[in-house]
Design a protein around this ligand. Structure first.
Ligand code: KG4
Ligand code: ZN
Length: 345
């Protein structure tokens, strides 16, 4: 088959996004457009994403976002080979908006539909950006997910680690809220931590040293709250020191958990000389975390692959690309494909 064009739609959280991606016969991908409309301003006053507001905002914006993605790619519906949309997991109102829109386009334009798992979108992005070959390790750290996955083929994933309570981004967001910092919390905590002393407060390091690659962050958050209450009212320096303590502790936990996954990967694939660790999700923007991961990867002989941030956070290109990979394998879905609030890979 020749070059194939796929429209991808992402509406599972607070980004209304659409993109057109091309996939060449040799498997190489090109992003022709990538339009992302953030709803952060709609939710900021509430300190988090409000599902009902998100769903309504997707309804209002999606047709224009799709039109912009097509225009930027200089494509019409007739140029497309398939339409893909996130079918879950995510906030169900938003997922229904995106998936139903994709179904309508598929029906009207006579295109195949591909119902994409949002996590698969994150998992396959590094093949679009870096042409990675299977297998590789993926660390997904976002507001909704904290997972370590073995990615060994399109649709072939093993979950080696997951959080038993909060996602890492969620822990950043809750820490920010607790300390009176704005939403989204991750960037605010990172900024405050820059002038903080990470050694002043000592927080517990959940899961470190335990076998496996599971995460836990809720105990960390509770300890942080107790230590903040003990020194309240908080000065700017107190906030900075608490943020720095949170960041180094969370980073140490992730580094420990990924080290276990490196060992397991080595044992499973001794023939791969320089395996790759891909990081994805909004928390991958965190510089302290990136530095720690780069060090841990180097120590274990892994390559750290960090796609550009715009492709690490939620976007339409990752969905279009997952759709293109599925299309190439003939993995299509019917117009009865369900929207799924929960959908483990
Ligand atoms: O992947 P993403 O954009 O959306 C989903 O959750 O799907 O991730 C958003 C999360 C938020 O929790 C945000 O606080 C966190 O990523 N985040 C960060 C940073 N930038 C965003 N966390 C730590 N440091 C950052 N610089
Ligand atoms: Zn995501």
């Amino acid at each position: 088959t020749a070059r194939q064009l796929v429209l991808g739609i992402e509406t599972s959280c607070d980004e209304t996004a659409a993109s057109v991606v091309a996939r060449d016969a040799d498997g190489r991908g090109t992003i022709l457009s990538n339009v992302v409309l953030s709803q952060i301003a709609d939710h900021a006053a509430f300190g988090g994403v409000v599902p009902e507001i998100a769903a309504r905002a997707h309804v209002e914006a999606l047709d224009q976002v799709v039109a912009a993605a097509l225009a930027e790619a200089r494509a019409d519906f007739g140029d497309l080979d398939a339409v893909a949309a996130t079918a879950g997991p995510g906030l169900i109102g938003g997922v229904i908006v995106g998936l139903t829109t994709a179904k309508a386009i598929a029906l009207a334009a006579g295109l195949p539909l591909i119902a994409v798992n949002h996590l698969e979108g994150h998992a396959l992005t590094a093949r679009l950006t870096d042409g990675l070959a299977f297998p590789y390790l993926l660390l997904l750290v976002s507001g909704g997910h904290t997972q370590i996955l073995l990615v060994s083929g399109v649709g072939v994933y093993e979950r080696w680690g997951t959080t038993i309570d909060d996602a890492l981004g969620e822990a950043f967001d809750k820490t920010a809220k607790l300390l009176g910092l704005p939403y989204p919390g991750g960037p605010a905590v990172e900024r405050a931590a820059e002038t903080g002393d990470p050694a002043r407060f000592v927080l517990p390091r959940p899961m470190i040293g335990r076998p496996g690659s599971d995460f836990s962050f809720s105990g960390l958050k509770t300890a942080l709250r107790q230590q903040a209450e003990a020194v309240a009212p908080l000065s700017d320096q107190d906030v900075a020191d608490l943020c720095a303590a949170f960041e180094v502790t969370a980073t140490a936990v992730v580094a420990d958990r990924i080290a276990h996954a490196f060992e397991r990967f080595r044992a499973a694939f001794p023939e791969i000389a320089a395996p790759a660790l891909v990081v994805a999700g909004g928390v991958a923007a965190n510089r302290r975390l990136r530095t720690a991961l780069a060090e841990a990867a180097a120590a274990a002989g892994f390559r750290l692959v960090a796609p550009p941030l715009k492709l690490c956070t939620d976007n339409g290109a990752m969905i279009a690309w997952a759709g293109a990979e599925r299309l190439a394998l003939g993995l299509l879905d019917g117009l009865d494909a369900p929207a799924r609030p929960r959908w483990p890979l």
